[in-house]
Design a protein around this ligand. Structure first.
Ligand SMILES: Cc1cc2nc3c(=O)[nH]c(=O)nc-3n(C[C@H](O)[C@H](O)[C@H](O)COP(=O)(O)OP(=O)(O)OC[C@H]3O[C@@H](n4cnc5c(N)ncnc54)[C@H](O)[C@@H]3O)c2cc1C
Length: 248
């Protein structure tokens, strides 16, 4: 089975985000970047499929050289190959999808795994855009995956329940938390990842269609209120939760 996992290089979830002086981008100085957490699930699922059906797992990322760090993490987890589609230009979801489409058209994978959303800009658009560009079926927010009679059976998380769908391969899938638990790279995997080559691709990419005109941080939270430290505080706490916070 030819498996591709698309991985994005994003600010660490623990990072303290600062807006740059232009007021419309993130100040990346001193920021630690990581493999986007949902993409880690995609890599893990790719590795499990390879372990079950054989084949290879290719990790691919669109962006500048810095994304190689994230590709090395995917290699350390066990991906066979890593590909960087190089661009230093401003990319929106559309440009990222165009770049991925170009590469996927060249290699014709059986299954392409994405995170359900990238935790930087949270658009959750790239997987569906790629599916549309390639005219392939796509299933999003997948929490369970099986194969039967050359078909893939997926369970998707939907509001208040699960939906079961069936499709043919090749297919575009975006994965949701709960599908599988990503493995930690072993020391052997980390060492091996350092010597695995990262293939670079260059495509003529279109201009972005969406422009960020302003970014701002959420308003800072007001300080917490301690109502009391023993059982006598319960009545007042319930009143505040009911009348002020309106959560009960
Ligand atoms: C207008 C605009 C300007 C931006 N400017 C910059 C900028 O100047 N510098 C910068 O670093 N970022 C910038 N970004 C963010 C960056 O391009 C995003 O990473 C990109 O838009 C993808 O994030 P998303 O929220 O659209 O992905 P989603 O659609 O939420 O991602 C879903 C899945 O698609 C896959 N995916 C997403 N991005 C990639 C990728 N790059 N490579 C491989 N797979 C991927 C992953 O599997 C991910 O889980 C900008 C975004 C926008 C919209």
């Amino acid at each position: 089975m030819k498996i591709v996992t698309c991985v994005n290089h994003v600010p660490d979830t623990e990072a303290k985000i600062k807006i740059a002086s232009d007021g419309k981008s993130v100040d990346t100085s001193g920021l630690n970047f990581i493999l986007s957490p949902y993409d880690e699930i995609a890599v893990e699922q790719g590795l499990r499929l390879k372990e079950k059906f054989g084949g290879e797992v290719v990790a691919v990322s669109v962006g500048p050289d810095a994304n190689k760090e994230t590709l090395r993490k995917a290699l350390a987890m066990g991906a066979d190959k890593a590909v960087l589609i190089k661009t230093n230009n401003l990319c929106d979801s559309f440009v990222v999808a165009e770049a991925l489409k170009n590469y996927l058209k060249e290699i014709n994978p059986d299954i392409v795994l994405f995170g359900k959303q990238s935790i930087d800009y949270d658009n959750a658009q790239v997987p569906s855009l790629v599916a549309e560009m390639l005219n392939l079926p796509s299933v999003t927010t997948v929490v369970k995956m099986d194969f039967e009679n050359n078909q893939i059976i997926c369970e998707r998380e939907i509001e208040g329940g699960h939906e079961k769908v069936v499709s043919q391969l090749p297919i575009i899938i975006s994965v949701q938390k709960g599908l599988c638990e990503p493995r930690y790279p072993t020391l052997k995997g980390i060492m091996a990842s350092k010597s695995k080559p990262i293939e670079e691709k260059n495509y003529n990419l279109p201009e972005h269609k969406v422009e960020i005109v302003a970014l701002r941080l959420p308003p800072s939270k007001s300080a917490g209120k301690i109502v009391g430290t023993d059982v006598s505080a319960v009545k007042e706490l319930v009143r505040l939760l009911h009348e002020e916070a309106k959560v009960i």
